[in-house]
Write a protein that binds this ligand. Structure first.
Ligand SMILES: [Zn+2]
Length: 321
């Protein structure tokens, strides 16, 4: 009988000043989620091990050591006279410690988000199965997160990888720029997967693009990429571009802000035409509101550098299309 209890944590005997708040833990039936959502429990175990704290005896019939109520979310406290860790539900916690509601709320929110993410992941997996798309996400993750360096315990310094070294980690024996393209593919796949988990579905266009990405990622090897590269160059070569004054219609692919170390700092842009040719030059002031992705048109003097790429200068009559 609860009201017969007279142990130190019972409602009758509890001494608020003897308890120090540690953290909030979650013990619901899907408690393994907590490992995904914040790891408060592991933090608690570490603290207990480091400080030699033991769990106190629970004299109540429930999960709150004080009133015995059942509670999935509990505050963990150190009972300072005994160095024992005990747990209180939110109501009893308010008796010994005020102002901790936000910690409970934050934990509830983390659990809620983790549940949503798990449901989203399951749904995303089902969507991929419906579309008969299979992809090795472990390999995608590995390629996407190739580190830019490594820390040496012995020398206490970080060694940064060169582009070539990173390329070797991504895909051994593959030309550097191709390896980095593979990494970009992995990153885009991950972004799209995250969107699918978050929003639950893709548009037809996105499905088509995702298939293309998976195909490129899965069939990645030096030969097929080199072949693709050659085919792309061939396509570009089919269109001849002469040096001289001409109209350029295309989309802004990237914008580079002025670099103050330059001798003549100015804003630059890369414009890509529908046929794949790219042109790099000074951002026309008439396009001041334009952003990456905007379609533009202007006249300029073109100097071809290589197949598919040239510089433009003295742009005039620039407009957004
Ligand atoms: Zn209680």
């Amino acid at each position: 009988m609860r009201n017969k209890r007279s142990d130190i944590h019972s409602p009758k005997s509890i001494e608020p000043r003897d308890y120090g708040f540690i953290t909030v833990v979650y013990d619901g039936s899907d408690a393994e989620l907590t490992l995904e959502v914040g790891d408060n429990k592991r933090m608690l175990w570490n603290l207990m091990e480091t400080n030699g704290w033991k769990h106190g005896k629970n004299y109540s019939a429930g999960s709150c050591y004080c009133c015995g109520a059942r509670a999935n979310y509990r505050g963990a406290f150190l009972h300072t006279p005994t160095d024992e860790v005990v747990y209180f539900g939110e109501a009893c916690m308010a008796k010994v410690e005020t102002g901790r509601k936000s910690v409970f709320d934050a934990m509830r929110k983390r659990v809620k988000n983790a549940r949503e993410y798990r449901r989203g992941k399951a749904k995303a997996a089902a969507t991929l199965q419906d579309l008969s798309i299979s992809i090795d996400m472990k390999e995608v993750d590995r390629v996407r997160s190739i580190p830019s360096g490594r820390y040496s315990e012995e020398d206490q310094v970080t060694f940064y990888y060169s582009r070539e070294e990173m390329a070797e980690l991504i895909a051994p024996g593959v030309p550097t720029h191709l390896a980095f393209r593979h990494k970009d593919t992995a990153r885009t796949i991950t972004d799209m997967m995250n969107n699918l988990v978050k929003y639950g579905s893709w548009s037809e266009k996105q499905i088509k693009y995702f298939r293309f990405l998976v195909e490129s990622f899965t069939n990645f090897d030096s030969d097929s990429l080199a072949k693709g590269e050659a085919a792309r160059k061939e396509d570009l070569a089919k269109v001849t571009v002469e040096d001289g004054r001409q109209v350029v219609d295309g989309k802004i692919k990237s914008i580079k802000e002025p670099d103050s170390y330059d001798r003549f700092p100015s804003r630059k842009m890369l414009v890509v035409r529908e046929d794949g040719w790219k042109f790099w030059g000074t951002f026309p002031s008439a396009l001041s509101g334009a952003e990456v992705g905007d379609a533009v048109s202007f006249s300029a003097t073109i100097t071809v550098k290589e197949t598919g790429f040239g510089f433009f200068s003295r742009p005039t009559k620039a407009t957004m299309v």
